[in-house]
Design a protein around this ligand. Structure first.
Ligand SMILES: [Zn+2]
Length: 320
């Protein structure tokens, strides 16, 4: 489950950092010399534009323990002067003293902000502490003090209240962890919130398989590149018809763009037969829809293989 990170940023250092490395993007070439080749490759996948947003905390107090709990997909809330003024989604983290010194220099105690995390999807907000306290269940007079990470239930309440969930960045989760969590959630008398959590776990797991950490991907229909938020993790076999095992088989999905390919496939206007997209001649149709179908029909589907074939056969029979 994604967590909420509270990041008060009212003091001079924090204000400067927000301006210098959040509002202003940092070029990856400035970061590269300080980190491993592997970490640099990951950042290039996350930030194909070549620049990123980055934040860090000092080793003081229990900061290191709190930072170790941060995961991809966690939401940071920046606050000062009685309100939360921005949110951003965690994309990656690493510990690096020299990079922190390069980006932010040192504070008066000779420390630097070496527990680093990278962010994206920056959003301006205006949430008063009173409104926040009400959502999270704190006393009305509570004031956010110091860097902290909220527990699961408080995080869920805040994310839901202010609609902060990312559709691009999900927590890293193994197949076993995913299966275990979904089985557990399914065993409960499912409430709407639990059904949503279960779907999000699955979605995150399958999306990681399709795109890794990349934020731009290719549609399996039209073969055009789009940001991942425009690519649906489309079920070849309808999710509602899948067994629990099939639901987390990564062969059951392929990326289809929300510019049309996903809808044509989802509604059964096109399907795949022997690895080739086919027009299913569904009605009602229209001149403009037919043009879109014609662009797809006859093309090879690159996601068709021995493992995905049974799912495509299901889709073809279902769409006939
Ligand atoms: Zn497409």
């Amino acid at each position: 489950m994604n967590k909420v990170i509270l990041q008060p940023s009212g003091n001079k250092d924090a204000r400067e950092h927000f301006l210098d490395t959040i509002e202003t993007n940092v070029n990856l070439t400035r970061i590269g010399p300080h980190i491993s080749v592997n970490d640099f490759q990951v950042l290039q996948d996350i930030y194909p534009s070549g620049s990123c947003k980055v934040w860090g905390v000092t080793p003081g107090g229990s900061n290191q323990t709190k930072w170790s709990r941060i995961e991809t997909g966690d939401i940071t809330l920046f606050s000062r002067e009685g309100s939360i003024y921005a949110s951003a989604v965690t994309t990656y983290k690493l510990h690096c003293h020299s990079l922190a010194a390069e980006l932010w220099n040192y504070n008066a105690d000779g420390q630097t902000w070496e527990y680093i995390y990278f962010l994206d999807e920056l959003r301006g907000l205006s949430i008063s502490y009173a409104t926040f306290n009400d959502a999270v269940g704190y006393k009305p007079s509570y004031i956010i003090q110091g860097f902290s990470v909220l527990d699961a239930s408080k995080s869920a309440a805040v994310i839901q209240a202010f609609d902060l969930q990312s559709s691009v960045f999900y927590a890293d989760i193994s197949k076993d962890e995913c299966l275990e969590a979904i089985s557990y959630l399914t065993s409960l008398n499912e409430t709407e919130a639990e059904i949503q959590s279960s779907r999000r776990l699955e979605q995150g797991y399958l999306q990681k398989h399709l795109f890794g950490r990349k934020t731009v991907g290719t549609c399996a229909g039209c073969n055009r590149d789009y940001p991942v938020s425009f690519l649906v993790t489309a079920h070849i076999k309808r999710r509602s018809q899948c067994t629990l095992e099939e639901r987390i088989d990564h062969h059951v999905v392929m990326p289809l763009c929300s510019m049309g390919c996903d809808q044509m496939f989802e509604k059964g206007y096109v399907s795949v037969l022997d690895g080739v997209y086919v027009d299913m001649k569904k009605t009602p149709s229209s001149h403009h829809l037919q043009k879109c179908i014609d662009q797809l029909a006859g093309k090879l589907c690159t996601y068709y293989n021995d493992a995905t074939r049974p799912y495509f056969e299901w889709h073809y029979d279902y769409s006939r």
